[in-house]
Unconditional design. Structure first.
Ligand code: ATP
Ligand code: MG
Lengths: 218, 340
């Protein structure tokens, strides 16, 4: 394989890895953020204690997180098949990644929100803020630096999942590493793909740390 | 008499709060009743754990009492909830020991916060917030973040924020306890100034008698969840009746005995001096505490005749100082331990 072919392969597959990671992260937060907020506020010392609901959500999240990713990915294949007509390829894998990671995201969010100073919440309550106002004017803004750090962890973890999904025919750098390195015995291509994955993880983590530090006013 | 006819702005009736904990029940407030009139600066003082924080949290319904009621401005706070309670809370602001400012908002938008949540348009809110920052003397910090301010400055921002919704009552829970004495004094005089200008009712929760002295018109002494004594500050200061109030007004009353030692001396007044000034001057000049054990004195035409036995301070140096002082004044002093 000449340089151009390798270059184009890497470019396309890096793009697909980024596509999966970006959209799966967004999707995971669309589900995980509300769930995480709900988890933290319904806790017994949250602003809206609802122990039964809290327990049920906790149970559900623990189950989702306990199932190994590859097994979950196989089990949920009917979902992308139903939604976009196929269980293969990077678009389908994006949906699978959302399902596999939103529970993890919910826990990250829950932790960030629980770290918000109780005194500040009490001050907002004493001013007559409603539960909803406390969520979007106090909890989320106050937790923002920590939420951003969590998002960096989520995105890099989802990138790792997407690479693992290569084994199921998911496209992306993980798929390249597995097909060339394992099935075709072209170790150099595999190492390039792995190096690119490492670089992406580092960039993601660095960006998260940088933004979190930048926006934190404490 | 007139005070009695006025309906109080805050009426607390038979309030009890029992916390259920793993270690059993904790009674934080027990059958607590108190009326606070419009325009008062009402102090509530008590030792740590007396139930002060629980009381303020019940006053603005952050805590649900086990029984009893709080009537604020004619409204029973225990009977309302949701939107109505939130609306009512806007006319009763609170400041805290730990300031509790939003760390990710600057000073100006912290003060805007209560206006924002009550739906005041942004421009109006900003104008009002700037006026309030001016009032508390911290307008130049409008664009700073709380982490860039000192404790006193943070409390000023918190006061501005508390005043934003034009409340009728300002609740202060240990608002100066995290501040040094100078800053405490400046925050208290700010509160006094605000009281004079706006006529707002202020409830001050504290464990320091100094805070009550400086600013309050009335005071309730809280002990183990109930009122030991309440009334005007002057009255409690001059005639504290309960043990709890005495302890606060004369904080080292009970400690004095510890300083007085065993050694006793007899002081003889032979008429060459008048007794009173010499004796009290010795106490003041030498800064010693003594116990009069026995005295048989006669004041004849301004001359003191007789003798008294006093117990000297434990500290030997102080004891010697007192004896030397008396001898220097020409008053005979002799050891008297074996006489008692
Ligand atoms: N949420 C709670 N759960 C259980 N017990 C509580 C709770 N809040 C307060 N208490 C108990 O109620 C009593 C009164 O507490 P409170 O905080 O009102 O005291 P305080 O007078 O404000 O003390 P401090 O000066 O230390 O702030 C204490 O014995 C405390 O342990
Ligand atoms: Mg307290």
């Amino acid at each position: 394989m000449n340089f151009n072919v390798i270059f184009n392969l890497m470019l396309t597959e890096t793009g697909r890895s980024l596509f999966m990671t970006a959209f799966a992260t967004i999707g995971a937060y669309l589900l995980g953020l509300p769930l995480g907020v709900l988890l933290s506020i319904t806790d017994k010392d949250g602003i809206k204690p609802l122990s039964a609901l809290n327990w049920l959500m906790g149970l559900f999240i623990n189950i989702m997180r306990a199932v190994p990713f590859l097994i979950l990915a196989v089990v949920v294949i009917p979902i992308p098949r139903f939604l976009i007509g196929t269980g293969l390829g990077y678009q389908a894998m994006t949906i699978t990644l959302v399902i596999a990671s939103f529970a993890f995201v919910a826990r990250l969010v829950e932790n960030s929100i629980k770290d918000v100073d109780k005194g500040v919440i009490e001050a907002a309550q004493s001013m007559g803020a409603s539960t909803f106002q406390i969520i979007y004017k106090v909890l989320i803004p106050e937790a923002m630096p920590s939420l951003v750090l969590g998002a960096a962890i989520a995105a890099t973890t989802i990138l790792g999942f997407s690479a693992m999904a290569g084994i199921l025919g998911g496209d992306g750098l993980g798929f390249v590493a597995i097909t060339y390195g394992y099935f075709r015995w072209q170790r150099d291509i595999m190492w390039i793909a792995v190096a690119l994955l490492i670089i992406l993880v580092m960039i993601g983590q660095f960006a998260g740390n940088f933004i979190a530090r930048k926006i934190d006013k404490r | 008499m007139e005070q009695q006819k006025k309906t109080p702005i805050i009426g607390i009736k038979n309030l009890s709060k029992i916390f259920q904990t793993k270690g059993g029940e904790v009674t934080a407030l027990e059958d607590f009743s108190l009326d606070i009139n419009d325009g008062d600066i009402y102090g509530v003082i008590g030792m740590s754990g007396a139930g002060k924080s629980t009381l303020v949290r019940c006053i603005n319904a952050l805590e649900k009492p086990t029984s009893g009621s709080v009537i604020f401005n004619g409204k029973d706070l225990m009977a309302i909830s949701g939107d109505e309670l939130n609306k009512t809370r806007r006319s009763m602001s609170m400041i805290f020991q730990q300031f509790n400012l939003l760390s990710q908002r600057n000073v100006l938008s912290n003060v805007c916060f209560p206006l924002e949540i009550s739906g005041v348009p942004k421009r109006v809110a900003k104008k009002k917030a700037l006026e309030l920052l001016e009032l508390v003397g911290i307008k130049d910090k409008a664009k700073n973040y709380p982490s860039q301010l000192s404790g006193g400055q943070k409390q000023r921002v918190a006061i501005a924020r508390a005043l934003a919704t034009d409340p009728k009552v300002l609740l202060c829970d240990e608002a100066t306890s995290a501040l040094d004495p100078t800053t405490t004094a400046s925050i208290l005089s700010l509160l006094k100034d605000i009281h004079a200008r706006l006529g707002i009712t202020i409830v001050i929760i504290t464990h320091e008698m100094g805070v009550i002295e400086k600013i309050c018109s009335h005071v309730a002494v809280l002990e183990d969840g109930h009122i030991a004594e309440s009334g005007s500050v002057e009255q409690i200061f001059t005639h504290p009746k309960s043990a709890a109030a005495r302890k606060l007004v004369y904080p080292d009353e009970g400690m004095r005995n510890r300083y007085v030692g065993e050694r006793c001396i007899r002081i003889v007044f032979d008429g060459s001096s008048s007794y009173e000034p010499v004796f009290s001057n010795m106490i003041l000049d030498c800064n010693v505490i003594v116990n009069i054990m026995f005295a048989d004195m006669k004041d004849i035409e301004g001359k003191a005749l007789g003798h008294m036995i006093v117990q000297l301070p434990k500290d030997e140096l102080q004891a010697e100082k007192a004896i030397a002082y008396l001898r220097a004044k020409g008053i005979p002093v002799e050891e008297a331990n074996n006489e008692l």
